[in-house]
Design a protein around this ligand. Structure first.
Ligand SMILES: [Zn+2]
Length: 243
């Protein structure tokens, strides 16, 4: 197969499950062992109606430091005494994250680092206009010489909440025995078991495949609207099911 421009023949297609030909395509894809992933698109109305939304990263920028090639950020950033390297659970942040340099923000205002899928970083302006008014704190981000970067802070999410895990596919780690849920891709994010006090929280439950493990990060509808009003680019919203 020859691609326009002569590149490597790799294509991605996006098909709605409601599409009339989806069952036939799915049979073909299964036959050809085509890798696929599922996601759900939500309307603005569905997002607006939710009391809570999951923040989903739309921009991953750079790698946590130091010693990127040997995952040096793990020891530098986390207390690993309860960490399981098999399943990735049990890390507790003990020090500021380090980045190579100021992020190249462009028009964006929120980012995630590669590998660190349960922390968000914003510009100080976005923190002051969107997150600080809702009681969300921040912590500094350092360069590799341990000087604080000027255009980025980490959002400090303190409160953790439980979600309803009924029916969520999970796996138990053979090494530490802790339970992890498969990445959530289809439909509304599972409902919260009780109402959080803070306006930005993480789930106690951990999601991921293999050695990756991350808490989901949720924000209140008020924060979601503030992000929309301030046109903060770099993340999107998935509605949390009503409790
Ligand atoms: Zn484990």
């Amino acid at each position: 197969m020859v691609m326009p421009g002569g590149g490597h023949p790799f294509v991605a297609v996006l098909v709605a499950e409601e599409h009339v030909n989806w069952p036939r395509l799915k049979a073909k894809f299964d036959l050809w062992q085509v890798r696929g992933s599922v996601s759900t698109e939500f309307s603005k109305v569905e997002i607006r109606a939710a009391r809570w939304v999951e923040l989903e990263p739309a921009w991953h920028h750079g790698y946590p430091q130091p010693r990127e090639h040997e995952f040096g950020y793990l020891e530098a950033t986390y207390d690993l005494s309860d960490h399981c390297s098999e399943c990735g659970t049990g890390k507790v942040q003990k020090a500021p994250f380090q980045m190579k340099a100021e992020p190249k923000w462009g028009r964006r205002g929120i980012l995630q680092l590669n590998w660190v899928f349960d922390e968000y970083f914003v510009t100080p302006d976005v923190w002051a206009s969107v997150f600080q008014p809702h009681g969300v704190g921040c912590r500094p981000v350092l360069d590799r010489k341990h000087s604080a970067l000027k255009t980025v802070v980490q959002l400090a999410v303190e409160e953790q909440v439980d979600i309803d895990v009924t029916g969520l596919p999970s796996q138990t780690c053979g090494s530490c025995g802790r339970v992890k849920y498969l990445p959530h891709t289809r439909g509304f994010f599972p409902r919260l078991v009780k109402n959080p006090k803070a306006a930005m929280v993480k789930t106690n439950e951990v999601f991921g495949d293999g050695a990756s493990a991350q808490h989901a990060v949720l924000v209140s509808q008020d924060i979601a609207q503030a992000m929309t009003n301030e046109k903060v680019k770099g993340a999107s919203f998935k509605p949390v099911a009503a409790g």
